[in-house]
Design a protein around this ligand. Structure first.
Ligand code: URP
Ligand code: ZN
Ligand code: ZN
Length: 481
């Protein structure tokens, strides 16, 4: 089956050109002016629109078992909602319980994801340490296309990993050419602050950000980055939400350390006033970690994205409906942490990023797709529009306006954190590996059509060679007697 997308402006991270895109079966076959359409090809008119690579959300949690419940969005509903917003690939997380085999967790998540409508991959979390974990990291890299491992520095008494685990895992990842990703919050501090805040009488959602101030995130980000510096291993900080963490990332990058960082669309546009809402349910909808921050932090995050200190944008899509949030009605510590937004990430970033002049269309493509593809080593299969790439394409209409609402979204959650936000710039048509999955405001996704994306490990030069400890030429002192 062939499709020609005609007359649009093709945007990749490298720039823009007026070009047609020929899709044959699941791949891009040609990009250029006036490409020949084979007989019988469907022609999609993209005049007046941009044609961009399908978005890649490098941080999602479909059907995650967490805090005594399970995220409401499953791999089919979640990847379908993603397609409605122009995202065609998601990287989710397989998270073993402490003492559980990493391979077992990986296979469990692979099973759940078989219903996915669009392509997906998995980071695997390291939640404990043993020789078995070391060996399984190798097996996952060599045989299962996993090139990134997640470390939760928070969630004490659950999935938090200590410094000993971080060090062991980082060393193993360095040998494998894998990337260590981090949820950077000091879990010990969160634990004690939660107790203090609760005992002071703050039992509602407003207690959540009080127990997770920016310093808690900054400390953990800096600790992880410093450990990585000593061990010469690249790291990736997920959901960077504050100046403190951004400064740790920036310092490391300008010193030549291979450090990457992600920002969530919601942290860029929603501030911490949401926790003061007098309606408990509405305030609880925004309970996620790290929490929403003040405007000052938001402004810094935008600048970090513009400056290239933050390379990727994600959602941490982790949906819990209102009745699930109510588990913490009397104690904010029991409100399941997580917010949704996979459908809205691209539109929110276009509206608040491109339309405000903060990002060019090419920078938008880099931040929503190409950079994630490069960092997680699936470029140019994903993240660009070039002959041989997967035909994950979006006809992006810069003039299409919609008001975000739970009444009209496709996400399996009963509220939307962007409720009422009017955005201009949206996916008119989305193709996932050559198949039209979103068109005329209608989803055409097929349960189970999504494929697992193998992500090979990086080449040897990936690990840092130029760090102080790697250059250490000192010899042990030989002493007499
Ligand atoms: O609050 C959040 N972010 N929930 C999902 C798990 C995580 O920390 O990423
Ligand atoms: Zn996290
Ligand atoms: Zn997450």
């Amino acid at each position: 089956m062939a499709i020609v997308v005609r007359g649009g402006t093709v945007v990749t991270a490298e720039g823009e050109q007026r070009a047609d895109v020929l899709v044959v079966d699941e791949k891009v076959a040609a990009v250029g002016p006036d490409v020949d359409a084979p007989a019988g090809a469907r022609v999609i008119d993209a005049s007046g629109a941009y044609v961009i690579p399908g978005g890649i959300d490098p941080h999602t949690h479909m059907e995650l078992p967490f805090m005594g419940t399970v995220a409401s969005e499953d791999f089919f509903t979640g990847t379908s909602a993603a397609a409605a917003g122009g995202t065609t690939t998601s990287i989710d997380f397989a998270i073993p319980n402490p003492q559980q085999s990493l391979l077992e967790a990986y296979h469990t998540w692979r099973g759940w994801a078989e219903k996915a409508a669009c392509d997906y991959s998995f980071h695997v979390a390291v939640t404990w340490w043993s020789d078995q974990v070391r060996e399984e990291m190798g097996v996952l890299c060599r045989d299962h296309g996993v090139n990134s491992f997640k470390h939760f520095m928070a969630y004490k008494n659950a999935i938090m990993c200590d410094d000993e685990t971080l060090v062991n895992s980082f060393k193993t990842a360095r040998e494998l050419g894998a990337l260590c990703t981090l949820h950077a919050e000091n879990g010990e501090l969160v634990y004690t602050l939660q107790k203090d805040v609760f005992e002071r009488g703050f039992t509602g959602p407003e207690g959540h950000p009080m127990s997770r101030p920016p310093e808690v995130e900054g400390e953990a980000a800096n600790r992880a980055i410093r450990i990585a510096e000593v061990l010469g291993v690249p790291v990736y900080i997920v959901h960077t939400s504050c100046i403190d963490a951004l400064e740790a990332v920036t310092r490391a990058r300008i010193e030549g350390q291979r450090v990457f960082a992600e920002v969530l669309a919601q942290h860029l546009v929603i501030d911490d006033s949401v926790y003061l809402n007098p309606d408990w349910d509405t305030a609880a909808h925004y309970v996620m970690s790290p929490p929403f921050r003040s405007r000052e932090h938001q402004d810094a995050l935008w600048r970090g994205l513009q400056a290239g200190m933050l390379q990727t944008t994600a959602t941490d899509h982790c949906c819990f409906c209102t009745p699930q949030k109510r588990a913490g009605r009397d104690d904010f510590r029991k409100i399941p942490n997580g917010t949704g937004g996979i459908e809205d990430r691209m539109g929110v970033l276009w509206h608040h990023g491109v339309r405000t002049g903060r990002l060019t269309p090419a920078e938008f493509v880099a931040a929503t797709s190409s950079n994630a593809a490069k960092i997680f080593n699936i470029h140019p299969k994903k993240g660009t529009i070039a002959p041989g790439s997967d035909a994950d394409l979006v006809v992006w209409d810069p003039n299409l306006t919609r008001t975000i609402s739970a009444k009209t979204h496709h996400q399996n959650i009963d509220f939307n954190i962007y409720e009422g936000m009017e955005i201009t710039g949206n996916a008119a048509i989305t193709l996932s590996r050559g198949m039209v999955v979103w068109e005329n405001g209608e989803l055409k996704t097929v349960r189970g059509r999504g494929k697992y994306v193998n992500r090979p490990c990086h080449a040897p030069f990936w690990a840092s060679q130029n760090l102080r400890n790697a250059q250490d030429t000192r010899k042990p002192i030989v002493r007499e007697g």
